[in-house]
Design a protein around this ligand. Structure first.
Ligand SMILES: O=C(O)Cc1cc(O)ccc1O
Ligand SMILES: [Fe+2]
Length: 448
């Protein structure tokens, strides 16, 4: 699904390829029914819900949060979620020890860190088993902070469903498409898209090819929302209408399905006698969604200087302090650079925020080499970074014609707290030791 190949239907739904139909908009009140008449009209919880369904509310914010932030949906399902056996903690070979949760106890490292692409996953690895934590911050029991994970999968989840009570999952595919079968319906996420699964929503991941790799931001904090636009005006950056929610689709299956629940850092499982993806209709504003990053309306300088990358924010998870995000999701999408008398790539800086960056394809304009698709870099709070030597030399001498930057798609998870890298990330074979070298040899040019 690229920005061009979605048709609009007259109902305001967006139809993608493969016959997937979506609902468009961000934060709006959607409604969808897979069977006509499944959605009650005029009330949420009639004495008997239509078609013998069970009514159930799923909340993403406290009932009492301001209306503008409040998120909840009503689900009309074949069986209520409460009808499940007890969860048993997964241990030993049945759990995924590479999937870690905050608080992280490793020593925070002030060094600039970078990794190449991780190794391919062994055969039979599904999305959940293929999650591997790079690092994170905060405390999941306080609903603050975030974690950065990679995933590498070679198998679809079939009779296995995942739900993450610890936070919402922002999935950024790098290679290989995904079909996300959720309680709300099906989303397709290809490289170049991001997809979001709200806290606690059950889903399974089907691979569209032999393997799939990508990045995940697990956000323990307030749900991601669109940034305010301030003087930019009423439009721009990620436009609300380009966020696509699924239409209702249900799995009416009475067969054993393992439901794995990530709960305060531990994986727990229960085998249900039916699929919990059995929602026939739903309405509300707490939804999974997919967004094509190439639709991002990039705004930048048309006079001079390189603007701060906050102008590239797709989604932000606010914290208690206005303007200070728990985590921002930022994309470096194709754009023109026209700044006069300007060093055009990212400048040298030391940032109070911490920056994990990944590359979906191509190259990134601050790094001549070494920052590769599927790899990542971590420039933690106050660490000095910016253009590598080669980029600095080239950009300082470049003729400043209008220049299209369209040879790559990079992103950043930027967080207010230092990202503590896990022991496995520090010891990983794909870690690039010697990253400091890229800033060596920057010559002294001072003349007095
Ligand atoms: O470090 C980076 O490459 C990310 C980044 C990009 C940019 O354009 C300005 C500041 C910044 O941290
Ligand atoms: Fe930076």
């Amino acid at each position: 699904m690229s920005s061009g190949d979605q048709a609009r239907t007259t109902t305001g739904q967006a139809a993608g390829p493969d016959g997937i139909t979506y609902l468009s908009g961000f934060g709006n009140e959607h409604s969808s029914e897979a069977v006509p008449g499944a959605l009650p009209i005029g009330r949420n919880a009639p004495q008997r819900a239509p078609l013998g369904l069970y009514a159930e509310q799923l909340s993403g914010t406290a009932f009492t949060e301001p209306r503008a932030h409040n998120r909840r949906s009503w689900l009309y399902r074949i069986r209520p979620s409460a009808a499940h056996p007890g969860f048993v903690r997964l241990e030993g070979g049945r759990t995924n020890p590479a999937l870690r949760t905050a608080p992280f106890t490793e020593v925070p490292d002030p060094n600039r860190l970078r990794w190449g692409a991780p190794p391919k996953a062994p055969a039979g690895t599904d999305f959940l088993d293929g999650l591997w934590t790079v690092g994170g911050n905060g405390d999941v029991t306080q609903r603050s902070g975030m974690a950065v994970h990679l995933y590498a999968a070679t198998a679809s989840m079939t009779d296995r469903v995942f739900s993450d009570a610890d936070g919402e999952l922002l999935i950024v595919p790098q290679d290989g498409g995904l079909l996300l079968h959720t309680e709300f319906g099906v989303l397709r996420a290809d490289p170049g898209h991001c997809a979001l699964i709200p806290r606690g929503v059950r889903f399974r991941v089907e691979l569209l090819g032999p393997h799939a790799v990508g990045y995940v931001c697990e956000n323990y904090g307030q749900p991601f929302t669109l940034p305010d636009l301030g003087p930019i005006g009423a439009n721009g950056l990620a436009n609300a209408r380009d966020f696509l929610a699924p239409t209702a689709a249900y799995d009416d299956a009475d067969r054993p399905v393992e439901v794995v629940n990530k709960y305060c850092g531990h994986l727990w499982a229960a085998t249900y006698d039916h699929s919990p993806l059995d929602v026939v209709a739903w309405h509300g504003n707490l939804v999974p969604y997919v967004y094509d990053l190439r639709r991002f309306n990039v705004i930048g300088s048309i006079s001079y200087d390189h603007p701060d990358p906050s102008i590239f924010t797709v989604l932000t998870s606010p914290s208690d302090t206005p303007g200070l995000a728990g985590v921002d999701f930022v994309v470096f999408a194709p754009r023109w650079l026209v700044g006069e008398d300007t060093f055009r790539p990212p400048y040298f800086h030391r940032n109070v925020m911490s920056e994990y960056m990944g590359l979906i394809e191509g190259a990134y304009d601050a790094k001549a080499e070494g920052f590769v698709p599927g790899g990542g870099s971590l420039h933690n709070m106050m660490s000095a970074h910016g253009p590598d030597r080669e980029t600095f030399d080239r950009a300082s001498a470049a003729e400043l014609r209008p220049q299209k930057v369209d040879d790559g798609l990079a992103f950043m998870f930027e967080t207010r707290w230092p990202v503590i890298a896990t022991e496995q990330a520090m010891a990983a074979g794909h870690r690039q030791h010697g990253y400091d070298e890229v800033w060596q040899g920057l010559q002294r040019h001072f003349r007095n």
